[in-house]
Design a protein around this ligand. Structure first.
Ligand code: PLP
Length: 501
């Protein structure tokens, strides 16, 4: 399989190069260029494999420059049962007739980012080797919470890599902050920035595009890379669980191979749902991908009107990992739907950058609507959904998953579609205890309680076990206490101090 940029550069690369590089030098994203379909009988046979077997099968189609042994080693390392609460890496839970939840958060940091960030580091070291690149990679990440911790945990003690995470000092939850400042590992740093997420992200972006700095690093044997979902190495592991959910439904006799199902995906950067689209494009039988947004409903509007407009109010919601106005991975979808017409992609992406808005043509919108449905939930919908799902099914879900579940209800109401549907659950309810408890027991019951006390309350009241990574967070030693100003120079100074000392 060869990859090329969405913005026109006529060069083809293998997967090792695109994983190492992260983003194309013309500003585009790398996409697979060869079309193929996996036969139904092969998909059916996945029912007899465990998650690791399914992962090896799917990845082998995309990482053709990796040997079978290399893929196998990466998978065995990333999805080791110790890290995932057992052999069932991503359990599929039946909630009601036609309604399933795919729990993607049993990994070390309790968010679905682990599925990709446990394997990206081993993809990365293999890729560096294949490219004969002996530099050390410095992974720089600006985070609003989940990605930072998952990147720290994934890359810790991986030889040849360093990871530096910047987070807004007051922009993450207590639990998220404790998760990051207590991170162990010889090659990891987390740094608080005295600003908000945008300041943090802008600082990191400016550092990435500083040519002098990258030259200086290169001379000393280092290069920057990214653990963001613009990196193909983060998307490709996510294709696997769409097949895995389908295989589980075959295994339990709920569907026959060939039956189409729906997937409901709580969406931010359009990475997760795009991985589903790739699964569909190589043969997974799908009826609709239901794209669920929160108050930041730029994607809902886009899917329904064809106009992407980020000139709108930004809302801070209870599902912060979906508080995004620029969904980067949409670029890849538009490229594929337009017969690889990079001219159009360039036009639209430049309009987005310069004017904050673009509109696709009718043909593109029609192609989108054939397979995607878009809807959103406001904050009160999310709270109600957490409560009603608990009352109805005795199931507790986090705020992001609740957006998905609520949008699914709205979809069924509107379309009467009773196709079997899988809602992707992207975080453990313990990661967003505050909102979850408010919805379940009311604000009075948790008045004056700290976030850590709320973990205990959720556990005691509802007989749930606190995930290992979130237990005793306040007893762990704080290993990272650097606070840095919210400007590029200060952040760069922190990086140089870490790398050159
Ligand atoms: C990152 C994240 C999302 C959004 O996923 P995208 O791939 O950015 O669309 C949803 N929920 C949670 C909990 C996340 O961490």
């Amino acid at each position: 399989m060869l990859y090329k940029s969405t913005r026109g550069e006529e060069k083809y690369y293998d997967s090792a190069f695109v994983i190492k590089k992260g983003i194309s030098s013309d500003g585009g994203l790398f996409v697979p260029t060869e079309k193929f379909k996996i036969d139904l009988d092969k998909i059916e046979s996945l029912a007899n494999l465990d998650y690791k077997g399914r992962a090896k099968f799917v990845l082998s189609y995309f990482l053709t420059d990796f040997s079978e042994d290399e893929i196998s080693d990466c998978v065995e390392y990333a999805y080791e049962s110790k890290k995932w609460d057992g052999e069932n890496t991503v359990p599929l839970v039946k909630l009601g007739d036609n309604k399933y939840i795919l729990e993607l958060w049993h990994g070390p940091t309790s968010a679905f980012k682990d599925v990709a960030l446990q394997i990206l580091p081993v993809f990365m070291i293999n890729s560096l080797k294949k490219c004969n690149d002996d530099k050390d990679v410095v992974i720089l990440t600006a985070t609003s919470g989940d990605t930072g911790k998952a990147a720290l945990e994934g890359f810790k003690n991986i030889e040849g890599t360093h990871v530096i995470v910047f987070f807004p000092e007051k922009g993450v939850s207590t639990v998220q902050k404790l998760q990051m400042v207590t991170q162990e590992g010889s090659n990891v740093s987390s740094i608080a920035v005295g600003g908000n997420f945008d300041d943090t992200q802008n600082g990191v972006k400016a550092i990435f595009s500083d040519k002098d700095l990258s030259e200086k690093l290169s001379k000393s044997g280092y290069e920057f890379s990214s653990a963001n979902s613009i990196n193909w190495g983060r998307l490709v592991p996510q294709i696997v669980y769409y097949f895995s959910a389908y295989a589980d439904l075959i295994k339990t006799g709920e569907i026959k191979a060939g039956d189409k199902i729906n997937f409901v995906v709580p969406t931010g950067n359009f990475g997760n749902i795009l991985a589903g689209y790739y699964a569909y494009s190589i043969g997974l039988p799908v009826n609709k991908f239901i794209c669920a947004s929160n108050d930041n409903n730029v994607l809902t509007e886009f899917i329904n009107t064809g106009t992407y407009n980020r000139n709108r109010e930004f809302f801070k919601t209870s599902s912060p990992s979906m508080d995004i106005l620029i969904s980067s991975n949409l670029e890849r979808l538009l490229y594929h739907l337009n017969g690889n017409d990079f001219g159009k992609i360039n036009d639209w992406m430049h309009l987005l950058k310069d004017k904050g808005e673009y509109s696709v043509d009718d043909m593109t919108l029609k192609a989108i609507n054939e397979i995607f449905y878009g809807e959103y939930s406001v904050e009160s919908d999310v709270n109600n959904q957490i409560k009603t799902t608990f009352d109805k099914h005795n199931y507790i879900m986090d705020t992001h998953t609740a957006v998905g579940m609520d949008v699914y209800d709205k979809y069924v109401e509107k379309t009467d579609d009773n196709t079997i549907s899988v809602v992707l659950s992207t975080a453990s309810p313990f990661k967003f205890c505050n909102t979850v408890l408010k919805a379940l027991v009311g604000s009075d019951a948790i008045k004056d309680k700290s976030e850590l006390e709320m973990l205990e309350i959720l556990s005691d009241k509802f007989k749930l076990v606190i995930p290992k990574g979130l237990q005793n967070l306040d007893e762990k030693e704080v290993l990272h206490n650097t606070v840095c100003d919210k400007n590029k120079e200060a952040m760069q100074e922190c990086i140089e101090k870490i790398i050159f000392s």
